[in-house]
Ligand binder design. Structure first.
Ligand code: OAD
Length: 239
């Protein structure tokens, strides 16, 4: 049996699938990932992107932070449409087969495809709030603002996104752990599994059907029960 046939059989038989993904899930929607050769972190900027998307940069070089954030992270995500991987996950959830999508992505494409239980480990571009009074703003307001988005109270409107040097929401992490601990099949897709603590979630899986669908090799390939090095949208459209 081919890997895809095995995966198809496992999925057909399961009603407790959990998916854990990253930027590679959205590349087929036209959003570049971070670490591939054509990814965001391979492009040349004045500062390394890890520096730009950090808490220090947001507070100390706010203008440059928003210039990069709006142009490279928000605008491409708002233009993008979900792909076959996003739609297939939403379909499995609707059929009662999939319990949750756990994602490191901030682009909102899983919800756009119809997924309901989406745990966004790194937050979302869709939610924004004033760092002084807490007032909430939508993404269109942030994108349409000239330069640094400002609240009516004078504070800066920041995205509800986890930047480097910031901690993850522990409620979201604990929920993700609970789904993974109980999962029958854990499918990990489109993530290099190098950013912690998100990548550490894999350790909580106790089952025997750990599936990795990633274009390139990852350091965790050896622990998986099934490894497929192909585009995730193409793989999922065959299931
Ligand atoms: P990476 O860019 O590190 O990894 C994306 C992985 O997806 C790579 O291993 C690619 O080979 C693979 N890939 C690309 N296109 C694919 C496709 N169509 N099908 C299958 N695989 C594909 O992205 P993440 O692992 O998501 O954090 O990065 C994790 C975190 O690093 C991000 O959430 C972001 C970043 O810094 C923050 O911003 C806090």
């Amino acid at each position: 049996m081919s890997e895809i046939e095995t995966l198809k059989q496992w999925i057909d038989e399961s009603n407790n699938i959990v998916f854990f993904g990253g930027a590679g899930v959205s590349t087929e929607s036209g959003i570049p990932d971070f670490r591939s050769v054509d990814g965001l972190y391979s492009q040349k900027y004045k500062y390394p992107p890890e520096t730009i998307v950090s808490h220090t940069f947001l507070t100390k070089r706010t203008d440059e932070f928003f210039e990069f954030y709006k142009e490279k992270m928000v605008a491409p995500a708002l233009k993008a449409k979900p792909n076959k991987a996003h739609y297939k996950l939403a379909e499995w959830e609707k059929q009662g087969k999939l319990k949750a999508v756990i994602t490191q992505n901030i682009d909102g494409l899983h919800q756009a495809a119809g997924s309901k239980e989406v745990l966004e480990l790194h937050g979302t571009i869709m939610k924004n709030y004033c760092d002084r009074c807490g007032k909430k703003y939508d993404v269109d307001h942030v994108l349409a603002s000239d330069g640094v988005p400002k609240c009516e109270c004078g504070g800066t409107i920041r995205p509800d996104v986890v930047l480097y040097e910031e901690g993850l929401d522990m409620n979201v992490m604990e929920k993700a752990v609970r789904y993974i601990e109980r999962a029958d099949i854990l499918i990990i897709g489109g993530t290099s599994l190098v950013v912690y603590p998100a990548a550490g979630l894999i350790q909580y899986y106790r089952g025997k059907k750990l599936v990795l669908v990633n274009l390139s090799e990852t350091s965790q390939d050896q622990y998986a029960d099934l490894v497929i090095h192909e585009k995730i949208g193409e793989v999922f459209s065959k299931l």
